[in-house]
Ligand binder design. Sequence first.
Ligand code: KIV
Ligand code: ZN
Length: 405
Amino acid sequence: MENNKIQIFDTTLRDGEQVPGCKLNTKEKIKIAKRLEDLGVDIIEAGFPTSSPGDYKSVQEISKSVSKTIVCALARAVEKDIELAGNALKYAKKPRIHTGIGTSNCHILYKFNSTQEKIIERAKLSVKYAKKFVEDVEFYAEDAGRTDNNFLAKICENVIKSGATVINIPDTTGYCLPEEYGKKIRFLKENVTGIHKIVLSTHCHNDLGLATANSLFGIINGAQQVECTVNGIGERAGNTSLEEIVMIIKQNPHLNFFTNINTKLISSISYLVSDCTGMKVQPNKAIVGINAFSHSSGIHQDGIIKRRETYESINPEDVGINESSIILTARSGRAALAYRYKKLGYSLNKRSLDLIYSIFLHYADKKKEITDKELKIILEKANLNNKNNKILHSSNKKKRIINVV
Ligand code: KIV
Ligand code: ZN
């Protein structure tokens, strides 16, 4: 099977930023855009110029600051939106307009009070109008997840004829199951005339926690682009998380996909986005959560200390984290305690480890986590408690051997 490049379309600055309380200013957006370019994303969706003068300016400034990556601006299927997007992208070396309209019955009826025929006409007109500003025009069929596949195929065929270069199939409400979403993409690949001329894109929301799984099924069934955000931020429960889909592809070479992402920069961009948006990353978040490479139970710690692969399938260095963490809690065992003391420069023999471990458990039962500072206090205490059976350590030696005498 041929090795397939999957294009990473990052929408952290547009869909990601549409989250209550995480507004980014132009300076922050430029900083993130430059780091996204370093990360190796293929497309940066920089904003929605019609939404505010600030966002228009951000798209304009990002267009000037980024050189290798495609810069994309969102526009509804409305002339004014498209015009503003085209103007904001004037300085972009590789501009793309992302325009579209709702295609599900729910959207056609309740949002637009319209008909399928009229929606197709608006879709065609909007793509044709966007082509006056840029060559690269992406069309989105909003709520494609709940759109009838035959109608979706019809609208896709029409926008391809009008000049669309990319077609986005958003599961806007996070409604689809992975198999269903995959079948939708396969159906379009097999039933739309001209589909081989364009790039088919996934854009999945996480309302049921299936955004990444749906994107994966999308590419397995023929999509060549994934729309995603750093840390999975976005409307409601968020979007497909960039780090998840990229690492799934990297960890599974048998899938025969690859991306252009320098995965070693994933951890640092995750921090930057969290810092700028004020959106904390949940500790157990895959790849970028603080606990993603931390181990606190005795059995796991013992395994990890012997060989990292026993309890980690991803190498933390691959995502820019130096090493896994051994966290000391009341569930930790002697191996972890000895390991952490060794890191502080103390090498414990069996008897002293047994003694210190019993004091450690006493502390750990009262606390969530035992720090290095507390480990030193425990050591002092072990010495005090054992005046006749003293644990010796010579602080002038780099590596201190601790013996019970
Ligand atoms: O979720 C969605 O449908 C979108 C479109 C505007 C692309 O974000
Ligand atoms: Zn979206």
